[in-house]
Write a protein that binds this ligand. Structure first.
Ligand code: KG4
Ligand code: ZN
Length: 347
């Protein structure tokens, strides 16, 4: 089965073609970073308008690159949520309309399910069951994954997502947007001995996270010092060290609790080099193997939506001719393809 995937949940316009036998045939992304950088964060209305401009040409391009035109497409998958309502509506409307015109089925995908399944786009993919750490700009969660649509969320952030904390800390340090890569770059010149930031919620049992206190700690440290380039680098180092360490402590706990031998890490923060390095050490000690998508498939992309759509369409799931979006949509509401609540979309 060959599926066109469309992603427009936030500030990246993504389109891709995935084939269940031949793998990823084409994948393109248009990033809106330049558009939003003057504002220090995503402006929802601007994001939606830019998706309108960029999506159709991007879809044409991946169809050309995949070869065979739209006649070879067996189904269309689009991101149904969670995300920005106006941005989601652009992808959902185009995805649904193309499927209708081509007389093919369409399916609305949960954005975090896309992230969670993205490592399966790589050679030597993980097999079920596994533990998943999903770390993006909007979410931080640990899920016990038994199969497609079988997700038990065993830990999540009670306030800010870890990516959001990276973005806010970068902003207060004057490092620009998006904050994750900016903090990581600034931290390279930081002095590991100068500041030590807290590891929130690690001193009590449980798998939930909290990152807003860490961001406040960074803000207070910045306020109490002259923000010269050296101090900015030292704060960036201490923040990244604490954020990564906190994720690591909870992963170790979750691996021991679930007994899983595989850990899947996905979402934008999964592209972080320090996180990958330290998870390598953790996996050696815990005897668990870690799976990531390549960095460009860690952040938002159409390929993960095409893959998730393919797995659901192959199992017979499809949406009605109407469509809707779910700006707020908890991962635990999902069900296996074709089974009960959450399986039919847009009815
Ligand atoms: O998954 P994603 O592309 O979009 C959402 O679904 O939110 O994640 C974006 C988040 C942003 O907060 C960004 O700052 C963060 O991922 N990020 C990183 C890195 N690259 C992106 N955080 C830390 N280190 C990175 N290298
Ligand atoms: Zn994402």
């Amino acid at each position: 089965m060959r599926v066109l995937g469309i992603e427009t949940s936030c500030d990246d316009t993504g389109a891709a073609v995935y084939d269940s036998e031949r793998g990823l045939l084409a994948h393109r992304l248009f990033s809106q970073i330049a558009l939003h950088s003057d504002y220090g964060g995503v402006v929802p209305e601007l994001a939606a308008r830019d998706h309108v401009r960029k999506l159709l040409p991007l879809v044409r391009r991946v169809l050309e690159e995949a070869g065979g035109g739209h006649d070879r497409i067996d189904g269309v998958a689009y991101t149904r949520g969670p995300g920005l309502a106006g941005a989601l509506l652009v992808g959902a409307a185009l995805g649904r309309a193309l499927a209708w015109a081509w007389e093919r089925p369409a399916v609305g995908i949960h954005h975090m399910e896309g992230h969670l399944l993205a490592p399966m786009l790589e050679p030597d993919p993980p097999t079920f069951p596994f533990l998943a750490l999903l770390v993006s700009g909007g979410h931080t969660l640990l899920a016990d994954v038994a199969g497609v649509g079988r997700y038990e969320v065993i830990g999540e952030s009670v306030d800010d997502a870890v990516g959001e904390a990276f973005d806010k800390t970068a902003k207060l340090l004057g490092l620009g947007y998006p904050g994750g890569p900016a903090i990581a770059a600034a931290a390279q010149g930081g002095d590991p001995e100068r500041f030590r930031f807290p590891r929130p919620m690690t001193d009590r049992p449980g798998l939930d996270f909290s990152f807003s206190g860490l961001k406040t700690y960074a803000a207070n440290t910045a306020r109490d010092h002259a923000l010269d380039p050296r101090t900015i680098a030292d704060i960036a180092w201490a923040f990244q060290d604490a954020a990564v360490d906190t994720l690591l402590i909870k992963c170790r706990r979750a691996l021991r609790q679930t007994g899983h031998a595989r850990l899947v890490v996905a979402g934008g923060v999964g592209a972080n080099r320090l996180l990958r390095e330290r998870l390598g050490g953790l996996s050696d000690r815990e005897g668990a193997r870690v799976y990531y998508p390549r960095p460009e498939l860690c952040t938002d992309n159409g390929a993960m939506i095409a893959l998730a759509g393919c797995l659901r369409l192959e199992a017979g799931e499809s949406a009605g001719v109407g469509f809707d979006v779910r700006p707020r949509w908890h991962l635990s509401e999902l069900r296996p393809p074709g089974e009960g609540k959450g399986s039919r979309t847009g009815d």
